[in-house]
Design a protein around this ligand. Structure first.
Ligand SMILES: [Zn+2]
Ligand SMILES: [Zn+2]
Length: 262
C-alpha cells in the first residue's frame, strides 16, 4: 500500500469513529449493545459488562516508588522492586491501567486485531484515571509503529489511545513525536540482550519536533507494556533529545515474571 493509502485509511478510521459516536443512540436501537468480551447485553455501545469489568485487575498501592510495580501488602512506603534496584529505570514512572491477565489480553486483542477500535475510548478512560498528575503543558506521544506495520494494520493502536488521553487532560497530542526508523521483529521470544540489539537505532525523535521535546514532560503511550524494551528505547530517544520527564502509560502491564530469562 502507498503512503497515500495509509493516510486515507487513517482518515477512514477517524471518520468511522466519529460516525460511531454520533450514531450511538441509533445503533443502540438497531444493534442492542453487547459486552465486547463476553457478548452479554450492556447499556451502552462502549464499555464492558459488570462481570468483565470485575475481571480487570487495576494495580494499586503499595507499589515500587520508581516503577509502580504492585507489592504484596506490608512493604514500607518508598521501597523499590528488585528490577529497579538492579538497574534504575530511565523513565519517571509507569502508569498502568490494568495488569495483564486473560481479560485485559482479550480486550487488547479485540481492539488491535479484531477491529474494535471504538474500545480505544474505554481503554483510554482507564489509563487517564492513572494520569491525574498530567498538566495541559505536557505532551502525549504514542510508541511509534514502523510504516510497514502501519500500512498493514491501518492504524497505530497506541496513537488511538494517545488521542483519547490527550483529550482528557488537555495535554498536547503529538502523534509523530517519535519515529520508528527500522522494522523490528516480534520481541516476545527474545532475551533482554537480543531485544536491546533489535531495537538499537530503531526509534528516534522526529527532527521537526526536537524543539518541542527539549525540557518537556511527556506521557509515552503504549497498549501493552511487556519487557519494557520498546518503551525504554523510546524513553532513551526522548531523554537524549532533552525531555525533562517521561512517564510510560500503558493499558496492560505484563509483570516480567512471565518473560523468558534475559
Ligand atoms: Zn462481559
Ligand atoms: Zn520498580
Amino acid at each position: 500500500m502507498t503512503p497515500h493509502g495509509a493516510r486515507s485509511r487513517a482518515w477512514l478510521v477517524s471518520a468511522a469513529m466519529a460516525l460511531a459516536e454520533n450514531l450511538a443512540p441509533l445503533l443502540d436501537l438497531v444493534f442492542p449493545p453487547r459486552c465486547p468480551l463476553c457478548g452479554e447485553g450492556i447499556s451502552a455501545q462502549t464499555g464492558l459488562c459488570a462481570a468483565c469489568w470485575g475481571q480487570l485487575v487495576i494495580p494499586g498501592e503499595p507499589a515500587c516508588a520508581l516503577c509502580q510495580r504492585p507489592f504484596p501488602d506490608t512493604v514500607a512506603h518508598g521501597s523499590l522492586c528488585a528490577p529497579c534496584m538492579e538497574s534504575p529505570p530511565r523513565h519517571d514512572g509507569i502508569a498502568a491501567a490494568t495488569l495483564y491477565n486473560d481479560a485485559s489480553r482479550h480486550l487488547v486483542l479485540k481492539f488491535k486485531h479484531g477491529g474494535r477500535i471504538a474500545l480505544a475510548g474505554t481503554m483510554a478512560r482507564l489509563m487517564a484515571a492513572k494520569l491525574s498528575f498530567v498538566e495541559p503543558d505536557w505532551l502525549i506521544a504514542p510508541v511509534p509503529l514502523h510504516r510497514w506495520r502501519l500500512w498493514r494494520r491501518g492504524f497505530n493502536q497506541s496513537a488511538l489511545l494517545a488521542r483519547e488521553i490527550g483529550g482528557t487532560h488537555g495535554a498536547r497530542l503529538m502523534v509523530d513525536l517519535l519515529e520508528r526508523r527500522k522494522p523490528t521483529p516480534a520481541l516476545g521470544g527474545l532475551g533482554a540482550r537480543a531485544r536491546v540489539r533489535a531495537l538499537s537505532g530503531a526509534i528516534v525523535v522526529n527532527e521537526g519536533r526536537a524543539a518541542d521535546v527539549r525540557g518537556a514532560s511527556i506521557v509515552l503511550v503504549d497498549d501493552v507494556l511487556t519487557s519494557g524494551a520498546t518503551s525504554d528505547a523510546c524513553v532513551r530517544a526522548l531523554r537524549r533529545a532533552g525531555a525533562a520527564k517521561v512517564v510510560v502509560a500503558c493499558f496492560a502491564r505484563v509483570l516480567d515474571e512471565a518473560l523468558p530469562p534475559g
